[in-house]
Design a protein around this ligand. Structure first.
Ligand code: GDG
Length: 512
């Protein structure tokens, strides 16, 4: 069965919709998102924003937690339109009408969710196969994790056809279709071939784009590129990915003309504008949830539940258990730190929240075992009767509790080996209402382009340097913390979620 406990682009654990709406600040959304945008929007993503399940013979609706679905749901509520996604809930089929549509959110009915159905075989080969064992490791430059089988590709194409057919049913002339991520690279081409109308097609690619040298080994790489070249607009988080994409087109698609300076590709009658527009996090909402947690005296509840005394410094890492996130490297650096700085034994506790993810794939199961065993070794080596160096949990926290934990944490360790952006780094910064946290950030995360100047920058594989940076973070003078965090918060506020949506919609409006 599909894994439903992972995050952001693809994935998500589930919250009751009521809980989500309680978590949202009272903003006049239509003034925040898409100001002046009056075209019908069709969002297309692998994961759906609402899922119907059967619970004790009763139908329940839950929501994914994570960047993409949680971020775009308020946009769709404000603008209306249709969201096309895979119906993976066991009661999803009962909830839809004859056209596979259901109005959401259940309590407000602001837009239409159009579900498409995938068989178990399709999910195994399209989602766990081509998307997550070919494109994901290739785009992250981790070619040793690539596993390719021909059936992966057949089903990837089949699933993209199913998404494209659903879009074709819904779309009319002046509409904007906004595809998301690496699951749907062929859908733009399939839609443009199917429909007689001419909607604007736009795509946001949430993960990195590799160099031509790496991309060269991607099975069906040319089809992936030409699929995307049917979009009018293609967005990446950072300019490095945009540049790599243009270089890959140059190297792989001779029929395409690439204007590197303008970021435009002309191919078979379509001009694709390629932009770098980094996503953001809902800063107002995070701040208001942190304030609520403070009022309720709940920001220290994680610490209290795990018996960490108030005077112990707390560092935190929050990730899906993914081999791109650099979790073993982080544990190596912490071990080195406690080795070299014994005075910090008993005085620093590290919390690693690691959500289980894609556990049908061997590389993910191996990673989880490796992380668990490293945590055990370090805890046995340094732990004492009243101090556990590392608290590792796979439990999902409701967003308010997660933001409360960020608020309580003195330091965040964000150490991916490769990452499109990294929302956790931005969420941690947004939650530092008193400007008193320290962000340690890998120079390989897209977020480093925005935050690298005021975060403590690390190479996640340079264990000694990483360990001494942890030392610097935990002992940083409050004035330096405040100066750095103030700058970081300004960056994150300037590039928040609504700024991302508005910039992307504006870029659509500005297309020739
Ligand atoms: C992909 C790209 C890009 C985690 N644990 C809990 C929880 N989370 C939420 C975090 C954050 C999200 O999951 C993870 O987002 P990331 O950006 O860190 O990572 P990916 O899942 O790999 O996302 C990435 C992103 O797409 C967006 O474009 O930044 O580079 O790989 O939002 O808060 N949320 C809750 N409880 C948890 O226990 N509520």
């Amino acid at each position: 069965m599909p894994d439903s406990r992972v995050h952001a682009d693809t994935d998500g654990d589930r919250l009751e919709p009521q809980e989500r709406s309680q978590q949202r600040t009272e903003t006049p959304l239509d003034e925040v998102f898409g100001d002046g945008f009056d075209r019908q929007l069709i969002v297309v993503s692998n994961r759906q924003p609402y899922r119907h399940t059967v619970d004790d013979d009763e139908t329940a609706v839950d929501c994914p937690v994570g960047g993409l679905t949680a971020g775009l749901d308020p946009v769709m509520q404000a603008l209306g339109g249709t969201w096309v996604a895979w119906g993976d809930g066991d009661a999803d089929k009962q909830a839809v009408d004859d056209e596979d549509c259901v109005s959401v959110p259940p309590e407000q009915e602001a837009y239409t969710l159009r579900r498409i159905w995938l068989s178990e075989e399709q999910v195994d080969n399209y989602y766990y196969g081509f998307a997550n064992q070919v494109l994901w490791p290739t785009c992250h430059g981790m070619l040793t994790n690539v596993r390719y089988e021909h059936r992966f590709w057949q089903h990837y194409r089949g699933a993209n056809e199913a998404f494209a057919a659903a879009v074709a049913d819904q779309v009319s002339d002046d509409d904007v279709v906004w595809f998301h991520d690496y699951h749907l690279a062929l859908a733009p081409k399939l839609v443009s071939r199917t429909v007689s109308t001419s909607p604007t097609l736009a795509h946001f690619w949430h993960i990195p784009w590799p160099s031509p040298e790496t991309f060269r080994s991607c099975p069906h790489g040319r089809s992936i590129l030409t699929g995307l070249l049917h979009n009018d607009l293609l967005g990446f988080h950072v300019s490095r990915d945009r540049r790599n994409f243009l270089d890959c087109v140059d190297a792989t698609v001779p029929a395409a003309t690439v204007d590197h300076e303008r970021g435009e590709v002309r191919y078979r009658g379509t001009t694709t504008t390629v932009e770098a527009i980094p996503m953001g996090v809902p800063v107002d909402e995070i701040e208001s949830l942190v304030r609520e947690q403070r009022r309720a005296g709940a920001t220290t509840s994680f610490r209290e539940a795990h018996d960490v005394p108030p005077d112990v410094t707390l560092a935190v890492g929050v990730d899906r258990l993914d081999y791109t996130k650099g979790i073993p490297e982080r544990l190596d650096a912490l071990e080195r730190f406690w080795e070299q700085r014994p005075e910090w034994r008993g005085d620093l506790t590290f919390v690693q929240k690691g959500s289980e993810s894609r556990s049908q794939i061997p590389a993910y199961r191996d990673l989880q075992r490796r992380v668990e065993s490293r945590v055990e070794t370090i805890n046995e080596r340094f732990g004492t009767a009243d101090w556990q160096p590392i608290i590792f949990t796979t439990d999902e926290l409701p967003r308010a509790d997660l933001y409360g934990l960020y608020d309580d944490a003195d330091v965040a360790l964000v150490s991916p080996l490769c990452d499109g952006l990294n929302l956790v780094a931005m969420e941690y910064v947004a939650a530092q209402l008193d400007d008193d946290g320290v962000l340690v950030l890998s120079d390989r995360a897209g977020a480093h382009d925005l935050l690298g100047q005021h975060a403590l920058s690390i190479d996640p594989t340079a264990t000694d340097d990483f360990a001494s940076t942890i030392g610097r973070a935990v002992s940083m003078h409050p004035t330096e913390r405040a100066v750095r965090m103030h700058e970081l918060r300004q960056q994150v506020a300037e590039h928040d979620l609504s700024a991302w949506v508005n910039e992307f919609l504006l870029a659509i409006d500005e297309l020739a």
